[in-house]
Design a binder for this molecule. Structure first.
Ligand SMILES: O=C(O)C(=O)C[C@H](O)C(=O)CO
Ligand SMILES: [Zn+2]
Length: 278
């Protein structure tokens, strides 16, 4: 298992970052490595973001030093979304089969967590996102059918998309984590525009189902001081509370968003008027 620690960047420092520094601080380029769990520990809301890609063996989620407890789940909750072939997750004493686009909420105190692919020829790719937790809820599998569905956007704004809220107070209880998947309708390229910030919560995006030769131009930064990251398929971005998080693809794509912080209110956003963006 690998883990990289990223410190918090102040918005005033971020203004002076060149492309390489912006990418080093805010972009996670390689989450899915065969037979590896690759994690990034970010000090924004102590989010742990990563991927587990079991191929020839099962992979166990252990607790390296930055986690600070004897087991990973001792004082944390975990969201898992499979974006690959069929897979299985052992957690909380049970086995949970996860097909593509299915999610699992793993409760604090779940004990050992292990990941396995059903078919070596089509390995599972488990996206992982974890936040500190203070209470034990239920470990629950969330299919797309169980998600809270929100339709947003319009063809005229090239942003028609479906939001599947999966770890959300209307679907399952969690301490901090709120997680979902947004799927752009064909020929619609913009996500989260008009854009917003929410200083009460940090967020992470994992872009996926993007063609290998396509990119998402992800917009970040304070609304009056925007920067961009050029993002490839299966790469993730970290979005501190002060930053907008929006993107436009050169081709169709989907993404998984996840948040943690002071509240779980999806609609608690500070919308940025278009004329304020710089
Ligand atoms: O398509 C969107 O808009 C989103 O998915 C927005 C994210 O869910 C978000 O930023 C929630 O705060
Ligand atoms: Zn947001």
């Amino acid at each position: 298992m690998k883990i990289e620690v990223r410190q918090v960047s102040h918005p005033e420092a971020t203004k002076g970052f060149d492309t390489a520094a912006l990418r080093r601080h805010f972009l996670i380029e390689s989450l899915f490595q065969p037979d590896e769990i690759a994690l990034t520990y970010s000090h924004i809301d102590r989010l742990v973001v990563g991927g587990a890609m079991p191929v020839s063996k099962a992979l166990e989620l252990t607790a390296p030093k930055p986690i600070g407890t004897t087991s990973f789940m001792a004082r944390r909750e975990l969201g898992v979304v499979n974006i690959g072939g069929a897979g299985r997750v052992w957690a909380d004493g049970g086995v949970h089969d996860l097909d593509a686009h299915e999610a699992l909420y793993v409760a604090m105190g779940a004990g050992e967590v292990r990941f396995e692919s059903v078919d070596v020829a089509s390995p599972a790719k488990f996206y992982l996102i974890s936040a500190p937790a203070h209470a034990r809820h239920k470990t629950v599998k969330i299919s797309r059918a169980m998600a809270n569905v929100r339709e947003l956007g319009s063809p005229a704004q090239a942003n028609e998309r479906t939001i599947y809220q999966m770890i959300h107070p209307d679907v399952c209880a969690s301490c901090q984590l709120v997680l979902g998947m947004t799927v752009l309708k064909p020929n619609n390229m913009w996500n989260t525009m008009p854009c917003h910030t929410h200083d009460r919560r940090s967020e992470a995006y994992l872009y996926f189902d993007l063609r290998a030769d396509a990119r998402v131009i992800h917009l970040m930064g304070e609304p009056q001081e925007t920067r961009h990251l050029v993002v490839a398929n299966e790469q993730a971005i970290l979005s501190p509370g002060w930053s907008i998080h929006s993107g436009v693809g050169t081709s169709n794509y989907a993404f998984i968003w996840a948040m943690a912080g002071d509240n779980q209110d999806f609609d608690d956003m500070d919308m940025v008027p278009m004329e304020a963006l710089r």
